[in-house]
Ligand binder design. Structure first.
Ligand SMILES: [Zn+2]
Length: 489
């Protein structure tokens, strides 16, 4: 007897439909699985066999052949267990033929016949449309985010067999478990004595300009960076779905099965492996930090300490907004559209932004700055010097700009920029142009640098609510890249 069950497998953050064909025939008892299975899929035989026996069902003492179609797509993970079990049950007549019509199955089986969580449920649910999807009860909230009522959750194989025999209905979707609310994003007002840092953050958020903060340890760059998501606009529904999909594929969605609505903030350590940054691993690719930061902030503290391979891996996503990961199991593409914020010391001693304070030799400084390649440095529109704040300013109690105030300015600036799309850009004020021309003559600015600087000046003008770019805005933009020389290789 032959049965064909519809299912899906995860490739990166995308689901691919899989037809699980099970053939049971007379002959020596055995189990063969073909169609590019990975180790976890091959091991499904033992899980499915034990799960059937513990659920009061029978494992056939016959020849079982499982084919995973299309055969050219690699299949990873344990999520095909449930479909294989269904195939065996239908092919051996333990379930009526036709009872799996219009249904797809994704889930891992425990040896006791329970259905267990599989990561990437959103992508799997997408891939199995339009048939209704049967998943472990713990995953049904996630699946119903994209499939609504066409997702059913069950907790065990024996329950599922009863339902398919017409002896019961689908269980109700369980209420959302209460998860502790996400910790509030700290307020920008806590950052004192860093007006340039706060301003740079606002410009970065308003114009999506990548920001490099150059300063000694203790200059508060981490405090600044973690406050950036607070001034970014909330995710649109489309962005929210992209972010939720990626986080679902990484298995790091909170259990309440809600969409991710705030821009993510990821701050990998410089000792993190390159794979954990870019994604990958085995055949079942997992998104890396670069993808988990999509539509949010990727913060690299002590950027000079990151391995060169990790920094170079940032260049493709910075240019294309996606990252392609190639391993033995093939190539997958993950979304990777993030705002990059990095912090680094200007030199080994850390004092290099202040004239006269640095104790490093010219050779030491040159060696240090070579860690950052020129093309990567070029990605940062904003390169700001950060000094340790003046102790008096830290103590005098005057709070900085509140997050709510800054966020409102960012939203207004973005609205202005959007309203301008398609219309002719008003020319820069003649005084501003003169200032730019003098910088070009001095060699402080290249033609490429000029384009970037003009974009930043435009964002500064948008934040100020100005119609055209004035001299002040140009001067401000120059100030926001003034630490570039200290870190240029
Ligand atoms: Zn130094």
């Amino acid at each position: 007897m032959l049965a064909s069950i519809s299912s899906a497998t995860l490739a990166g953050a995308v689901g691919r439909p899989v037809a699980v064909e099970v053939h049971v025939s007379n002959g020596l008892p055995g189990f063969t699985i073909v169609g590019l299975p990975d180790t976890a899929v091959r091991e499904s035989r033992d899980r499915v066999r034990a799960a059937l026996l513990s659920s009061g069902l029978t494992w056939p003492l016959r020849r079982v052949t499982v084919n995973l179609a299309p055969s050219g797509v690699r299949k990873g993970g344990a999520g095909l267990d449930l479909a294989i079990a269904m195939g065996v049950l239908v092919a051996t007549g333990q379930l009526p033929a036709g009872c799996t019509e219009g249904l797809s199955f994704c889930g891992e089986l425990g040896l006791n016949g329970s259905l267990r969580h599989v990561p990437g449920m959103i992508a799997l649910a997408d891939a199995t449309a339009p048939s209704a999807l049967v998943v472990p009860l713990c995953d049904v909230r996630e699946a119903s985010l994209v499939r609504g009522g066409a997702a059913h959750g069950v907790s065990s194989l024996s329950d599922l067999a009863q339902i398919l025999r017409g002896l019961g209905g689908w269980p109700a979707i369980p209420p959302a478990p209460s998860v502790p609310p996400a910790p509030a994003i700290p307020d920008l007002a806590d950052v004192r004595g860093q007006p340039l840092g706060c301003h740079a953050l606002e410009v970065a958020a308003a114009g999506q300009h990548h920001l490099l903060m150059v300063g000694p340890p203790g200059s508060g760059n981490t405090m600044l960076a973690e406050r950036l998501p607070g001034i970014l606009p909330a995710l649109t529904l489309e962005e929210s779905l992209v972010v939720t999909r990626v986080h679902s594929a990484a298995g790091c969605l909170p259990p309440d099965g809600a969409l991710v609505s705030r821009p993510p903030f990821r701050a990998p350590h410089h000792q993190a492996s390159v794979v954990s940054l870019v994604g990958g691993g085995s055949w079942s690719f997992r998104p890396g930090e670069i993808s988990l930061a999509t539509h949010g902030v990727l913060f690299l503290d002590e950027m000079g300490e990151f391995p060169v391979a990790a920094l170079e891996a940032l260049r493709q996503p910075l240019e294309e907004g996606v990252i392609r990961v190639s391993r033995a199991g093939g190539t997958v593409t993950f979304p990777a559209q993030f705002l990059l914020v990095a912090a680094m010391n200007p030199c080994p001693c850390g004092e290099g932004v202040f004239p006269g304070a640095c104790a490093c030799s010219a050779a030491e400084r040159a060696r240090y700055s070579r860690r950052l390649s020129a093309p990567l440095l070029d990605r940062f529109d904003l390169v700001v010097p950060l000094a340790r704040p003046d102790p008096e300013k830290l103590l005098d109690g005057t709070p900085g700009v509140r997050t709510a105030v800054s966020a409102a300015r960012v939203t207004a600036a973005r609205t202005r920029a959007v309203a301008r799309t398609g219309t002719a850009e008003p020319p820069i004020h003649p005084d501003g142009s003169r200032l730019l021309a003098s910088k070009l003559r001095e060699g402080v600015l290249t033609a490429r640098g000029l384009r970037k600087l003009t974009r930043v000046a435009r964002t500064v003008a948008d934040l100020a609510g100005a119609e055209r770019v004035e001299e002040d805005h140009v001067a401000d933009a120059l100030c926001l890249r003034s630490a570039r020389a200290t870190v240029t290789p």
